[in-house]
Design a protein around this ligand. Structure first.
Ligand code: FES
Length: 348
């Protein structure tokens, strides 16, 4: 084990131990440190730090997030491992609040992959021990012989069950996801690192919420609404979910969302926003518990800014980076929501 010292922008210091080859971000989060990150998979650049003493080894030199590393010594903590006897890092930001529950590693087996559409599927991982998480979080899954971990959001609400359910989107060739979609990984042993993500519903949250999800960003929202339902949240705090999709053809999880709406007994309103085509006459007949609209998800939210001003809801945003960025801009500039009030996850 090698001791890693970290100093944040304000001069606060902490240290953690890292094994050779272990990702620095994983080692720090496992030690309960509030290190900054977003994607944890090398795409966003949100875990940048500067090496002030010692050396690191890059685990993915072509990581897209490295575009933010322009000065000597700048690294991505999620894609670097210690390569010297001592290591000291400087963060460009303050430490964040430590994640709760702390992250850790589990071993599990993939099971039950099911196609929802050509590009979207669900699967489960049976873990060797439960992994505590809070609604809205994700985990990294890596398989032997497959380069790099991939991030998947848990759709299941937290429980003591050692089985976790995930949603996957097939977006690019190579890596873990195409193997999931070909069922080549059924029964395969994998490593799971998590939980991760801060776009979460917390036990003491007692305000209405507005959840805005694009595409596979719905996964964590499903976990949030299930947990809110179980906790009686909607009886006290009526809330809203806006789910952005491209076309009615290829829509997914609508039966599950309609079921949650029914069980909320009027406490949860769900609007499905189709950006590329109108919902069509069949939608209302098939999903009478859901509302439908044409437009981007944030445009549908924009049509009712007075509700945000009146209710000051907790706001969750999850989806692809352009969708999250457009929604954040609208919320901050037009709805006057403080950025600190928005809990978001970008899925690149
Ligand atoms: Fe490391 Fe996104 S958290 S690049």
């Amino acid at each position: 084990m090698i001791a890693v010292r970290v100093e944040d922008r304000a001069g606060a210091c902490a240290s953690f131990a890292a094994r050779p080859g272990e990702r620095l971000l994983h080692a720090g989060l496992s030690a309960g440190l509030g290190l900054p990150y977003e994607c944890a998979t090398g795409t966003c650049g949100g875990c940048k730090a500067t090496v002030t003493e010692g050396e690191v080894r890059s685990l993915w030199s072509a990581a897209p997030g490295r575009r933010v590393c322009r000065r000597p010594g700048e690294i991505l903590m999620c894609q670097s491992a210690v390569a010297s006897e001592t290591l000291a890092l400087k963060l460009p930001t303050a430490f964040r609040e430590a994640g709760e529950p702390a992250s850790g590693v589990r071993v599990g087996r993939i099971s039950g992959f099911r196609h929802l559409t050509r590009e979207i599927g669900t699967f489960s991982v049976e873990l060797d021990a439960p992994l505590r998480h809070v609604p809205g979080q994700f985990a990294l899954i890596s398989a032997p012989g497959v380069e790099g971990p991939r991030a998947y959001s848990m759709t299941s609400a937290p429980s003591s069950n050692p089985r976790l359910d995930f949603l996957a989107r097939l977006s690019e060739p190579g890596g873990l996801t195409p193997l999931l979609f070909s069922s080549a990984l059924d029964g395969c042993e994998v490593n799971v690192f998590g939980p991760l993500g801060r776009a979460t519903l917390r036990p003491d949250d007692d305000r209405p919420f507005l959840a805005i999800a694009g595409g596979s960003g719905i996964a964590g929202m499903l976990s949030i609404v299930e947990a809110a339902l179980a906790g009686g949240h909607f009886g006290r705090r009526p809330s809203r979910l806006v789910f952005g999709l491209r076309k009615p053809e290829g829509a997914f999880l609508l039966d599950e969302l309609a079921d949650v709406v029914r069980r909320s007994q009027g406490g949860l309103r769900v609007t499905v926003a189709f950006s590329d085509e109108p919902p069509g006459p069949g939608f209302a007949a098939d999903f009478s518990d859901l509302e439908a609209a044409q437009g981007l998800a944030h445009e549908v939210v924009r049509a009712d800014l007075s509700a945000i001003a009146a209710e000051r809801p907790i706001v969750f945003v999850a989806g692809p980076p352009p969708m999250v960025d457009a929604t954040m801009r609208m919320l901050v500039m037009e709805a006057k929501v403080s950025p600190a009030e928005i809990r978001f996850d970008r899925f690149g």
